[in-house]
Design a protein around this ligand. Sequence first.
Ligand code: PMP
Length: 401
Amino acid sequence: MNPNDLPSPWVLARRAARMNPSVIREILKVTERPGIISFAGGLPAPATFPVAEFAAASAQVLQQDGAAALQYAASEGFPALRERVAALLPWPVDPDQVLITTGSQQGLDLVAKVLLDAGSRVLVETPTYLGALQAFTPMEPQVVGVRSDDGGLNLDDLRAKAAGARFLYLLPNFQNPTGRTMGEARRAALAELAAELRLPIVEDNPYGDLWFDQPPPLPLSARLPDGSLYLGSFSKVLAPGLRLGFLVAPPALYPKLLQAKQAADLHSPGFNQRMAARVLEGDFLERHLPRIRALYRSQRDAMLAALSREMHGLDVQWNSPDGGMFLWARLPRGHSALELLPRAVDAGVAFVPGAAFYADAQDDAAAQRTLRLSFVTATAAQIDTGIAALARAIRATGPRP
Ligand code: PMP
């Protein structure tokens, strides 16, 4: 018998069987083909990366603090960076509450490990960030989607589903995938309801600084310091390759998150943390953020103009996000975004079908008509060409019989 015919000696853990490839990462492989205009990725625009500042900071760190930067370090994070994070947040935060993470994606993983058992109920927006579902699912929770609309989470649906939930995971600012922002009144009502129900909130805010006309309302964590856990990221304001994010945890939770972090990777890269702390010194963000905002706003405007022009006569709907990187669109009745995708790719354009972001309603006909369009990595000219190609693909596809 050929030894290759033997059953594999490796037995997978139950949680591994629940791990799935990210639909988006699979789509991204297709869109990396030359010539495809991609509205699919969640990548920030490379033109916004502060390369020169990091070149200078890296030389300074290595010269002045080289051995420490290359040594093992504290799991909590580099003190100067923790202090800077606390100072940048718009509510009083003690640096001792800040845990530097290897991207905010690691924050989601730590939250899942510390707060979810098999069968635990966890509430998410419908739709929600796919990477959070990927982080939560291996813990074998029951993920329950709460309805949302253009103004954010539906609080009646939340009340109906909240009993016994470990936490609600939510993105109040320029949400991924919809670009939606929860308004002031809804936040106030949600904070009140969460306090009444004793429902903890995990607030993910990687896009909050990328507003176009005015800043979004204060984070929920500012209203619920003990009832919320806040996740932040440097990926969209500095560069994702640094893999630096942070979480702000109430003192009751911090030690467990820290222990989970120690098990995961001991600490986030000390060299990167020192460079980031140096780049963030002084008024760097005050100069840098307006440039990102202006660029992304012009790209959003280009996409809105192209959609109005090209989708004429088609019953396609879309929103106009006030910040962030994504726009959310809905195809005419009877259409499926998943079926449209290969035709769109043949026409030279890619997007992410929206159903992937629905935790428990992927088969819903309304979910299948949705798609996420990133407007930040294509130029205005590419946006024009790409949206025209998308409109052609929609016209050619027609509704399902
Ligand atoms: N949360 C949300 C909502 C995101 O969109 C992303 C990145 N796409 C992350 C977390 C993870 O970001 P990072 O690990 O780069 O900080």
